[in-house]
Design a protein around this ligand. Sequence first.
Ligand SMILES: C[S@@+](CC[C@H](N)C(=O)[O-])C[C@H]1O[C@@H](n2cnc3c(N)ncnc32)[C@H](O)[C@@H]1O
Length: 269
Amino acid sequence: MTVRDWLTQAADRLSASGVASPRLEAQVLMAHCLHVDRDRLLLLDEQDAPHDADVLLKRRLAGEPLAYILGWKEFYRRRFEVNPSVLIPRPETETLVEAVIELAPPEALCVDVGTGSGCIGVTCALERSDTRWILTDVSREALHVAQRNACHHAVACWFLQADLLSGFQPKSVDVIACNPPYVAEADPRLDPSVRKFEPAVALFAGETGLEHLSRLAVQAAEVLKSGGWLLMEVGEGQTAHVLSLCEKARACIVRKDLAGIERVVIAAY
Ligand SMILES: C[S@@+](CC[C@H](N)C(=O)[O-])C[C@H]1O[C@@H](n2cnc3c(N)ncnc32)[C@H](O)[C@@H]1O
């Protein structure tokens, strides 16, 4: 079968299985197999489709996220390696990154808590080269991915396996950025493919989804220096509760993501 015919059939099958952008995804999978940019595919229309493409298509039809199949996801205009030990970076997390880039004081010592792929800490370290970053995660496998991403983007960070902020000295840090797990275990709104393929440790935070955010807010009040900042990504509808957790903060503000959902709680200490 030619590449052109494969693309047509693959798009039809992806569409039938409910994929939102079937033509685009078929092209991305084929480009990945042929090691070319998507816009070069037209030149290869008449070539035989490689067998690998069917294997990848089968995985996608079974619901596996495209990013895990490709092994990368774009975040803040850069590519980040991903695998099933890390959450796939989400566009809404760029709202948190933008706030950190804006607010971190010069020379700040910053911590990305629950770094996963490292997308927050690595991006902020690149965009604000005057700040220093410690990237932490409870998962050793995730830290390995974050280390490779930092190395790939040629940024120097420190890495620490830790439960949230345990091990940090009181009043030692200027900025804490965190996109913690914040989904309630039984939340029926969670996309089944996210539940099936992404790591549970990156998603779930007890019965209410607030377990990590609650512990983090208490620890951060101890660990931050006077004048420090705590920036947390939160789930839809969690803002009011999270604001009530920041009782020791001097001031708090909330930022919305591009979809208009209250997404980031920023607390000044
Ligand atoms: C929602 S993911 C965020 C990953 C990445 N920062 C991002 O924004 O794409 C949460 C991350 O927190 C980590 N994590 C879960 N429980 C933790 C804990 N108690 N202490 C530190 N990290 C934790 C998970 O392994 C996961 O990498």
